[in-house]
Design a protein around this ligand. Structure first.
Ligand SMILES: C[S@@+](CC[C@H](N)C(=O)[O-])C[C@H]1O[C@@H](n2cnc3c(N)ncnc32)[C@H](O)[C@@H]1O
Length: 269
């Protein structure tokens, strides 16, 4: 990520989208985000606290330190966590690639939807491994936009999604990083390494996912890059709008939408 510029932006709208995404995917992503009692957990790249409130409430006997490079996000995350009365989280502004913590300080490390934005995800993971104790668990969760398919099929929709992928690439990230988690985590030489695909399948029999995932998480993210994609000449307005219309078309009674997240877990030797 260049100059800490974060493609999805730090806007209120993006904060809402992250909260929506986390709430919609809570069971799928975090049913097994269970940490040791009295363990110290580092959440890296906590953003506005969308995952923090889920994992901290789920593990009331663990202590969390949640960090982010953006002070604005930290301030918002702290406000939300205090408002909810959650008391097992401390926040700190810090860069994942240069953590202000001693070697082996944490029992677990969790990082969710962050590596996709970094120019050097392996550097970040290596730093996270440094602060993890031997025998401690690393959990990494990422999406992969190339895993998206839907009915009715539409080349226009793929062209709109591709704008997000191209823009993320231009700012040094990788929107298709999910498929690389195995390679990245294997390079860290962890034991018990496992990657589990978490498939979100949505049809009209699941109206909560139609709203929460297709519309308010996925389409909202793609819509958010419209201006920048047109400005950079990646697409023209009409093609982009046709793509967005076709994505909305998948939310009708005969439509389906499928996306795969990847969760990697391993133990430091
Ligand atoms: C897509 S958001 C995800 C936030 C949160 N994990 C969630 O799932 O809702 C990515 C977050 O990573 C943070 N980030 C990016 N680069 C970082 C770095 N080098 N160090 C710490 N945080 C970073 C951004 O500020 C942003 O809050």
């Amino acid at each position: 990520m260049k100059n800490h510029e974060y493609l999805h932006g730090y806007s209120k709208k993006e904060g809402l989208r992250l909260n929506n995404q986390a709430a919609t995917l809570e069971d799928l992503i975090h049913y097994d985000s269970i940490f040791p009692r009295h363990g110290l957990v580092l959440e890296a790249g906590c953003g506005v606290g969308a995952q923090t409130k889920i994992i901290a409430s789920k593990n009331p006997d663990s202590c969390f330190i949640s960090i982010d490079i953006s002070q604005d996000s930290i301030t918002e995350a702290e406000r939300v966590i205090r408002f909810l009365g959650i008391s097992n989280v401390e926040f700190k502004q810090a860069d994942i690639c240069k953590l202000p913590f001693r070697d082996g300080m944490f029992d677990c490390v969790i990082i969710c939807f962050v590596l996709e934005h970094l120019q050097n995800p392996l550097q970040a993971l290596t730093e996270l491994k440094r602060v993890l104790r031997k025998g401690g668990t690393m959990m990494v969760i990422e999406g992969d936009h190339g895993s998206t398919f839907f009915y009715p099929d539409s080349n226009y929709a793929y062209l709109s999604i591709n704008c997000q992928i191209q823009l993320q690439k231009q700012s040094g990230g990788n929107a298709n990083i999910g498929r690389e988690l195995y390679l990245l985590l294997n390079t860290l030489n962890l034991s018990n390494l496992s990657i589990s695909p978490r498939i979100v399948y949505v049809d009209s029999s699941k109206p909560q996912l139609v709203e929460g995932f297709i519309k308010n998480t996925f389409i909202s993210m793609i819509e958010g890059v419209k201006e920048k994609a047109i400005q950079k000449g990646i697409i023209d307005n009409l093609t982009f709008e046709k793509g967005i219309n076709d994505l909305y078309r998948t939310t009708q009674s005969d439509g389906i939408f499928c996306y795969t997240f990847f969760k990697g877990c391993g133990i430091k030797k």
